[in-house]
Write a protein that binds this ligand. Structure first.
Ligand code: B1M
Length: 211
């Protein structure tokens, strides 16, 4: 079936084929959420398991991640509702030292799909850049993603830097990423935590008081 094919092609890093098949799945009226979960995310979790068991290495992960992002770009319009009036403005990034962007990109899409305007600062983002953007963009919400146990502590460093610069009460902070927990979010003074992209959008709306 086409979703299994998408998963297989993603694992092989066939970015252009993934793109074509995601479009074909959409043309067949397969639900975008099913294409995401049973095609793209499924393929990425298989390759992640193989990486953990030393069956594949960083280059294979990189090409799979590229294929995932190609597929996500095609899915984006279907996942994001067009023409919504903005319910608030968010900054999003992956924290310094961390290059993982797939989860962040998904969270960004779900926020946009909920009617939140999102400015994406990219990956490996340091506290100074974030503080500059809080000053210049005046966002309602800051979203910090971290995928490594060694970089989740940078979420705390960023929150502390925002507090020290006197901006903490200007912005709500939502954190997430595979190693992050609700307890950790409370411990480091974030306003919210979400385990996945769909709950991140729900939490963001609740934090913006729009729900
Ligand atoms: Co990396 N990597 N990686 N990697 N990589 C992991 C995270 C790892 C768990 C693999 C493993 O060992 N099993 C492991 C971390 C171990 C740990 O810290 N405990 C790991 C490692 C060790 C590394 C390197 C150190 C490897 C090396 O060089 N030896 C290195 C670090 C580089 C760096 O960042 N400085 C590295 C590099 C890479 C690549 C660059 C090759 C590539 C990333 C490419 C890219 O992102 N463009 C990569 C990948 C692809 C992975 C895995 C396989 C997949 C991550 C992913 O995209 N998942 C991953 C293993 C795995 O997860 N199975 C792994 C799919 C994505 C949809 O899920 O990102 O979890 P995720 O996002 C979810 C939730 O976490 C949540 O919502 C998302 C969707 O529902 N979420 C949020 C995420 N952010 C959120 C923010 C929120 C709320 C929810 O609010 C703001």
């Amino acid at each position: 079936m086409i979703l299994e094919e998408i998963s297989q092609l993603l694992q092989k890093g066939k970015a252009k084929d993934v793109k074509l098949l995601v479009q074909e799945a959409l043309d067949q009226n397969i639900a975008p959420q099913a294409i995401l979960n049973d095609g793209l995310i499924k393929g990425m979790s298989v390759i992640g398991g193989k990486f953990k068991n030393n069956e594949v290495f960083v280059p294979e992960l990189l090409v799979a991640a590229r294929a995932m992002n190609f597929g996500l770009e095609i899915l984006r319009p279907a996942l994001v509702l067009a023409g919504n009036k903005s319910l608030g403005k968010a900054l999003i990034c992956t924290v310094m030292g961390d290059l993982h962007d797939i989860g962040k990109n998904l969270v960004k899409m779900m926020l946009e799909g909920s009617g939140i305007e999102v400015l994406d600062l990219g990956v490996d983002v340091n506290p100074e850049t974030i503080i500059n953007h809080i000053n210049s963009e005046q966002p309602d919400l800051l979203c910090l993603s971290a995928l490594l146990t060694t970089t989740m502590m940078n979420q705390k460093i960023i929150i502390d830097a925002i507090t020290q610069s006197g901006l903490r009460d200007k912005v709500k902070i939502l954190i997430g990423g595979a190693p992050v927990t609700d307890n950790y979010a409370r411990e480091i003074g974030a306003d919210g935590y979400a385990p996945d992209a769909a709950s991140a959008a729900e939490m963001a709306l609740a934090m913006l008081g729009a729900k």
